[in-house]
Design a protein around this ligand. Structure first.
Ligand SMILES: C=C(O[C@@H]1C=C(C(=O)O)C=C[C@H]1O)C(=O)O
Length: 366
């Protein structure tokens, strides 16, 4: 008898559950619609004032048996879920998202294709110090059959008293050497006003970790027709990183590559903590090429090779590593740069690992 009573009551509950289900989804559709209108008007998704008003009304109308704080808790969860739905809609809409463009973005840098399955190695000194220094590294890069030469002319250093780079003079040296060895130049730009000047010298504009959220710089890099290598910020989440790339692409420049370079954590054994799973996450979420900077993430020569292997194994489109003819006297990052024999061994070991499938280079059109 008692069970029949329970069964009847449960039937009523089932009915109510289904009504709630319909209502809650109807509510979600309305919240999504509001989200779309807000996006079009550039209004923030989260509206605490509106949420407070709804909670107050619920409190006023509540006749129990639930007490108001319990109900407010439940409704707050519903508001939160609506906000997440709105966010999902916005994320789907990102130009850099894989949902928007299923095919990989492939970037052609002087005949070397990034994002096309083959992997690239970008190497060079931390900072440009002289023509001779850059030329010596360029020779080693060329000998290994690579195309991309990195070098910093503008150096955003932690201390204002550290070497700040040679500026435009450094870019001229890079261009001269790259032309002589038929290489492509990757160099960091730190000031939006320098972007126009830099495109004369570089093949790839690098935006460094410290500038990942320098939105004016991102917009300036987005307004030129030049590939951009965007590094992940020191404490940036993957979502913030993706949004930074969106700044560039939404300004018109679709040639963006992402570079995981380690994030700041409590761990002191390495300079930064290489967030290795950021690579497949970025590859899943976006259609952009993803690189791993093994030098800045580890800050340790003994970890460059295992970190590079891990990067390639997990799906990176390339590796970035610092090389200097005489690291002991380098004006920056002295401890973590490879000398040329160490670089050659690093490349040999990487090639021998079976993980490295170098991108094919078609003859330069220059
Ligand atoms: C739906 C809206 O967006 C968000 C979600 C809310 C909700 O689910 O009721 C309320 C306010 C906002 O934080 C809105 O502004 O009305």
């Amino acid at each position: 008898m008692a069970n029949i009573q329970i069964d009847e009551l449960r039937e009523k509950l089932d009915d109510i559950n289904l009504q709630l289900l319909d209502l809650i989804n109807e509510r979600a559709e309305l919240a999504k619609e509001i989200g779309r209108v807000k996006k079009a008007q550039g209004i923030n998704r989260f509206d605490p004032v509106r949420e407070r008003k709804m909670l107050d009304l619920l409190s006023e109308k509540n006749r129990g048996p639930f007490d108001t704080s319990t109900l407010q808790h439940i409704f707050k969860e519903i508001f939160k879920a609506s906000l997440e739905l709105q966010e999902d809609d916005h994320r789907k809409a990102l130009l850099v998202s894989r949902k928007r463009q299923p095919d990989n973005t492939v970037i052609d840098i002087k005949g070397e294709k990034i994002g096309n399955g083959g992997q690239v190695l970008i190497s060079g000194p931390c900072a440009v110090e002289s023509y001779e220094q850059v030329a010596e590294v360029a020779k080693a890069v060329k000998k290994q059959g690579f195309k991309m030469l990195r070098g910093g002319a503008f150096k955003p250093r932690t201390s204002p008293y550290d070497f700040q780079g040679l500026g435009e003079e450094g870019l001229k040296i890079l261009k001269q050497v790259a032309d002589e060895y038929d290489l492509a130049v990757v160099s960091e730009i730190v000031n939006p006003a320098d972007i126009e000047m830099a495109v004369k010298y570089v093949d790839v504009i690098q935006i460094g970790a410290r500038n990942m959220q320098n939105f004016e710089l991102l917009k300036a890099a987005g307004s030129v027709d030049k590939p951009v290598l965007l590094k992940r910020g020191l404490s940036a989440t993957i979502q913030e990183f993706i949004n930074a790339a969106e700044y560039i692409v939404s300004n018109g420049n679709t040639q963006v590559m992402l570079c995981e370079r380690g994030i700041r954590t409590y761990e002191k054994a390495t300079r930064n903590t290489l967030d290795i799973t950021a690579v497949p996450i970025l590859k899943q979420e976006t259609h952009l090429p993803v690189l791993v900077d093994v030098t800045h993430s580890t800050g340790r020569k003994d970890l460059l090779l295992p970190a590079a292997k891990a990067g390639l194994a997990i799906g990176a489109d390339g590796i970035m590593v610092e090389v200097h003819p005489d690291p002991a006297v380098a004006l920056s990052d002295a401890a973590q740069q490879l000398d040329i024999p160490q670089y050659e061994k690093f490349v040999d070991d990487l090639k021998a690992s079976g993980l490295f499938n170098p991108a094919k280079v078609t003859p330069s059109t220059l």
